[in-house]
Write a protein that binds this ligand. Structure first.
Ligand code: URP
Ligand code: ZN
Ligand code: ZN
Length: 489
């Protein structure tokens, strides 16, 4: 593969930024230094005036996801191409086991076969836990110890499909603890949501403006409960797609009691608010395009999320990319509960964080790298290989031009969806050149011929991530000592 050298740029990592050249050899970073002589035959990329950053990692995406009636419009190819156009060089998708198809391991094999064939960039896998029994426990062990899947999502919502009882959640959390896996939760109270949906439908309120029948306190109740269950199990926890100040308050309360809870926020909840549902000038379709769960929130919550980002209270930013076409949204024409849930954002996540974070003065560039790349890598045990510009790391690099504007639009985005909820938003700066393991996938803001299906590789991950589990053994020892005293008494 030979040498590539990035000259005269400013390297931005999560802890520092400095002027440096970056030498790449055979897909890995070989040297980072103030001045590096150009090796013979090397490809030279001039990064004068630009920021050389580790590629983003989006640890919350759903590609080629089947919901029985149809699949998301983005498969692994279009989804990963969209990611690259936003400077995101790897992502973690979710395996969704289905009893009718087989075990969790069967589901893993199915996911690997499709993703390996289609993906343009590197990916890892989380696994959802829609039921928990003895076989599940065995499968989780296999996934963690043999197949590189070390994080499991638990649903407190989606009653009748994915929702687990508290009894199953604690059993699964305890199992995660034994395995060194990281549990995640979708924190909304599914029972309350179903009751509210029934009530709205009975009153003839069938349109998508009724989707926020899942208010902020219904989310924060589930969040608080998930934190309580995780504390009882003594396991770290990621609360996915937090949208509101009550939930983050609940997480803070839990953290203050010594529990290790990590907060994910998604780009869309930082960019848009609930006025998209209630604007009388919007058509049915226009509103339906914004149906995702948890839903968009009032501006006071959006502002509160940003406040928490400024205060270093948010651990990672994902996209929850889950793309449905206009035609697919029509499924819920007469009943908003049938509109498929989710919005696209795998490309826009980094661009939103740049514009609303860095350009708005709420985030430093190092803070930006931390939230969209380094810290997600730490939590999901990929840091060092990904998430940093350092010797030995994969050369997954996004060269950001702060002087080049980029307009978000369905005309130009990489996703296959036929609309964009961000249509017309101007970003002041963009990833002009993006490389994966040293291969240039985006040049001059356009995909190159190298961006082909199958280029991407599966990223197996190991349990007991130091950033998640490190020092937890001391807390366990304390707990065990206490238990011994209880036995004596
Ligand atoms: O509406 C959403 N977020 N759909 C994707 C599935 C999930 O809950 O993350
Ligand atoms: Zn979710
Ligand atoms: Zn999701």
């Amino acid at each position: 593969m030979g040498f590539t050298i990035i000259k005269n740029g400013t390297v931005v990592n999560s802890d520092n930024e400095f002027k440096a050249d970056v030498l790449i050899e055979d897909g890995k970073i070989a040297q980072v230094a103030e001045t590096i002589a150009v090796p013979e035959g090397a490809t030279v990329i001039d990064a004068t005036g630009k920021f050389v950053m580790p590629g983003g990692i989006d640890t919350h995406v759903h590609l080629d996801m089947n919901i029985g009636v149809f699949s998301t419009i983005d498969d692994y190819t279009s989804g990963s191409r969209a990611a690259l156009l936003g400077g995101t060089t790897s992502y973690i998708d979710f395996i969704n086991p289905d009893r009718e198809i087989g075990t969790f391991v069967d589901a893993y094999n199915d996911w690997r076969a499709r993703a390996d064939a289609q993906t343009v960039t590197d990916y890892g896998l989380h696994c959802s836990v829609p039921w928990f029994d003895e076989q599940t426990a065995k499968d989780m062990e296999t996934l963690v110890n043999e197949l590189g899947v070390c994080s499991f999502k638990h649903f407190l919502a989606y009653k009748g499909r994915l929702q687990l009882s508290d009894e199953d959640i604690i059993a699964s959390f305890q199992h995660c603890k034994r395995l060194g896996a990281l549990p995640q939760v979708h924190a909304e109270n599914g029972d309350i949501i179903v009751a509210m949906q029934k009530d709205f439908l009975a009153r003839g309120l069938t349109g998508p403006a009724s989707h926020p029948t899942r208010p902020a306190h219904v989310e924060s109740e589930a969040c608080e409960r998930a934190c309580t269950i995780a504390a009882a199990a003594g396991v770290p926890l990621v609360v996915a797609h937090n949208t509101n100040k009550f939930s983050i308050d609940a997480i803070e309360r839990s953290r203050k009691r010594g529990n290790r809870v990590f907060t994910e926020v998604c780009g869309i909840h930082l960019a848009l608010d609930e006025s998209r549902y209630f604007d009388p000038d919007r058509t049915w379709l226009d509103v339906a395009h914004h149906v995702l769960s948890p839903p968009l929130r009032a501006r006071e919550h959006v502002d509160a999320l940003w406040g928490h980002i400024v205060n270093n209270n948010v651990d990672l930013v994902g996209s929850d990319h889950c793309s449905w076409s206009t035609a697919q949204r029509q499924r819920g024409r007469d009943d908003f509960t049938l509109i498929p849930n989710g919005c696209a954002g795998i490309q826009e996540r980094t661009l939103i964080m740049w514009e609303e974070g860095v350009m708005a003065g709420r985030l430093t560039r190092t803070g930006f790298v931390n939230l969209v790349s380094a810290n997600p890598c730490r939590l999901y045990n990929l840091y060092g290989k990904k998430g940093v510009i350092a010797v030995g790391a994969d050369a997954d690099i996004s060269i950001w031009n702060p002087a080049r504007d980029y307009t978000l639009s369905a005309q130009t985005h990489g996703s296959k969806i036929d609309y964009s909820v961000f249509e017309g938003k101007v970003i002041h700066g963009c990833p002009e050149t993006v490389m994966v393991r040293g291969t240039v996938m985006v040049d001059d803001c356009k995909l190159t011929e190298a961006a082909v299906p199958g280029f991407g590789q599966y990223m197996p991950r190991k349990p007991f991530a130091p950033a998640v589990y490190g020092t937890l053994e001391f807390a366990d020892r304390k707990r065990e000592d206490m238990e011994k005293r209880l036995v004596r008494n």
